[in-house]
Design a binder for this molecule. Structure first.
Ligand SMILES: O=C(O)c1cc(C(=O)O)oc(=O)c1
Length: 302
């Protein structure tokens, strides 16, 4: 049995979350969440940049039911590298209520890809956030994208807003649907109609294969207030950014909790209150239906 020691200062996920006041529509999908280990059963990768607390599939499924979601999309976390065993185990025990996005290297075989497809995998994740991963050459990533495209899978990309100009040519050459994690991490202290965020809007406007997760206000917010202590109007500085994306591209947005929220530094949100962020960025029933049900169902269960 392997013992792991958490990264110093690690914040564990919030136990005993509230019941959201916002009632999720039937069939709602939490389209961005992770499983961590448990490390004793699914060891963390040697090349990881952090060691988390455990966050098991059973704990994830309990949260899903408590919050009122119907399904999950589980995204491979960088602490597991390219070993997708914990994720695949969660899919296998999900009763068809979960899909997955994996991390693979160029040595993955076609048989492995086929078998992951049968298990419910529908995408690969390419990560460009330097604090999370070592650099992977773009030709290797493009080769992987070309191999997963025939399966109907998509590519999930995680990057910081300042790096979009440099990554533009690579992203716009990808042959699949492209899903951006956490709105490409805008700096929300800059104007919502400023140069940086306009480039992201342009990316989505000019490339109809690009989708965005309007998730992670708890990571992007600077002025808060956090989703804690009954606050149902949290992270107000993030609202204009997320709402602009939802209202401009209503058919290409997804929402997820990001549970168990790796690497948060100053607080851990109450996931029930985090769900209450949704109506602030998707104010009508029609937008909520697309964001939470229609879009993820089409992309992952279509
Ligand atoms: O910002 C992060 O630290 C972060 C990390 C990971 C991961 O380690 O996979 O995933 C996320 O969605 C966000």
């Amino acid at each position: 049995m392997t013992e792991f020691t958490k990264t110093p200062g690690w914040l564990d996920w919030y136990a005993g979350p509230s019941k959201p006041a916002f009632k999720l529509p039937p069939g709602a999908v939490d389209a961005h969440c992770h499983v961590f280990g448990p490390g004793a059963q699914f060891p963390y990768a040697p090349e990881r940049k952090y060691t988390p607390c455990d966050a098991s599939k059973d704990q994830l499924f309990a949260l899903r039911d408590h919050l009122g979601f119907d399904k999950n999309v589980i995204v491979q976390a960088t602490c597991h590298g390219a070993d997708n065993s914990a994720l695949l185990d969660a899919l296998a025990h999900s009763n068809d209520k979960a899909r997955g996005v994996v991390t693979v290297r160029r040595d993955v075989t076609d048989e492995q890809l086929q078998s992951m497809h049968k298990a419910g995998v529908r995408g690969v994740r390419f990560n460009f956030v330097k604090r999370l991963v070592d650099f992977t050459p773009k030709d290797e990533l493009m080769e992987i994208a070309a191999r997963i495209a025939p399966l109907g899978w998509h590519v999930v990309i995680y990057f910081e807003a300042v790096d979009l100009p440099e990554l533009w040519d690579f992203f716009t050459a990808l042959p699949t649907t492209v899903v951006v994690d956490h709105m490409g991490r805008p700096d929300v202290t800059k104007p919502v109609d400023g140069e940086e965020f306009e480039l992201f809007i342009k990316f989505m406007r000019e490339y109809p294969n690009v989708w965005s997760k309007v998730s992670c206000p708890e990571r992007l917010s600077v002025s808060g207030p956090p989703a804690l202590d009954g606050e149902r109007n949290a992270y107000r500085d993030v609202v204009p950014f997320a709402r602009r994306i939802v209202e401009t591209f209503p058919d290409r947005v997804l929402w997820g909790t990001d549970w168990p929220h790796p690497n948060l530094k100053n607080h851990m949100p109450d996931d029930g209150l985090l769900v209450d962020f949704i109506p602030h960025i998707a104010p009508t029933a029609e937008l909520q239906q697309k964001l939470l049900v229609d879009n993820p169902t089409r992309l992952y269960w279509g």
